[in-house]
Design a protein around this ligand. Structure first.
Ligand code: COA
Length: 155
């Protein structure tokens, strides 16, 4: 059967989103985005989410990598973020560069921002390093995204 496919003209969000390193001044906005992106039972309220992003920035989950920890903005507003550290404090992954979080505002999902951020972060990491992350196997959107970008289970 032939499908008739259409879409609006114009660049896709992936082409127009601004991607830049997260600065200290962005921590609150990234925390609010974090709270909006996960169920409250996972990250707690906004204050808890902001505190967690600050803890990441401060090195609680490994050495914050400023060039790979990125914020994507759409129309100048925070839409997605990726937080990346080196040498996380968990023994089985302490040799890796580690994506500790990736999240996209629910209103902007499925438009390629997650992929854009992972690609951008991978480009910012020293070639030859291994980049890892943990993801729940039931998180289909995330697992598909990571597999599409070449991530495989560590053996
Ligand atoms: C995982 C996550 C970051 C992906 O972000 P994203 O900006 O939607 O990513 P992309 O657009 O690049 O696409 C990811 C995949 O999810 C699908 N998807 C996720 N949410 C979607 C939605 N609301 N509508 C349509 N598609 C969606 C996309 O179609 C794509 O799958 P594909 O392989 O079929 O193309 C986002 O779903 C999210 O923030 N989830 C909650 C936080 C989380 O679980 N983070 C991962 C921690 S490891």
């Amino acid at each position: 059967m032939q499908l008739t496919l259409v879409r609006l003209a114009g660049p896709s969000v992936q082409d127009t989103a601004g991607v830049r390193p997260i600065g200290e001044a962005d921590i609150e906005a990234v925390g609010r985005l974090y709270a909006a992106s996960f169920p409250v039972e996972v990250v707690g309220d906004e204050a808890a989410a902001i505190a967690d992003v600050r803890a990441s920035w401060d090195g609680e989950y490994g050495v914050w990598l400023p060039s790979a920890s990125l914020l994507a903005e759409v129309d100048g507003r925070p839409a997605a973020a990726i937080l990346v550290v080196d040498s996380p404090p968990w023994e089985d992954v302490s040799d890796l560069v580690f994506i500790i979080d990736l999240f996209t505002d629910p209103a902007h999902r499925g438009r390629g921002l997650g992929e854009l951020l992972v690609r951008s972060a991978l480009s910012a990491v020293e070639p030859g390093r291994v980049v890892g992350l943990r993801v729940d196997d039931e998180n289909e959107a995330a697992v598909r995204l990571y597999r599409r970008l070449g991530f495989q289970e560590r053996t």
